[in-house]
Design a protein around this ligand. Sequence first.
Ligand code: ADE
Length: 226
Amino acid sequence: MRIDIVTVLPELLESPFSASIMQRAIDKGLVEVHFHQLRDYAANAYKQVDDYPFGGGAGMVLMAEPIDKCLTELTAQRSYDEIIYMTPDGEPLRQPLVNRLSLTENLLILCGHYKGVDQRIRDLWVTREISIGDYVLSGGELGAAVLSDAIVRLLPGVLGDETSALTDTFQDNLLAPPVYTRPRVFKGMEVPPVLTSGHAAKIDAWREQQAFDRTRERRPDLLDEA
Ligand code: ADE
């Protein structure tokens, strides 16, 4: 898979892509990630990429021309499965959408900033608009990092244990059950005995029940959907 990210702040993206699972996926050649500095496509010497909104009001808008130039250049080199714009008024990001995007080959992610991008870019280029939650971030970069991380960990070969992504919270509309590791007794609190029983079927049944109880208590909305 290849992910291209268009941004005015590539430095905001560097650390999420240089550690842990994401870095390992890149090192193994399972994903390629490229950042494109929007200012490199600015027309004037000041590298201006934003301007005041028509009609007035607070905040700046990312201009259509540099984005258009950048996207024209990128799409001439390869065809993208999706051109995604990160925005709080987009489709809420949930696991089924992550699963679908993990099956694609080439993704282009456009990060907004300030008040967002000129609407004509959204009309002309964008195939999907995604929000990572009902709150406003100062730009799309953290959203792009969240989206990329959620996708990349699903790529075959990225996680050590191939099955572990399937048992994640949300994969079956259930929250994950509690987990424990050594020591068996910590500050007088004992690990549920079933987990040390060695009885695989009983352990599975216990985990399923815990997942269900936890979901009913914390996120009953997920059970309504299932
Ligand atoms: N840009 C600003 N806020 C955002 C959000 N909630 N999701 C995605 N992109 C954003």
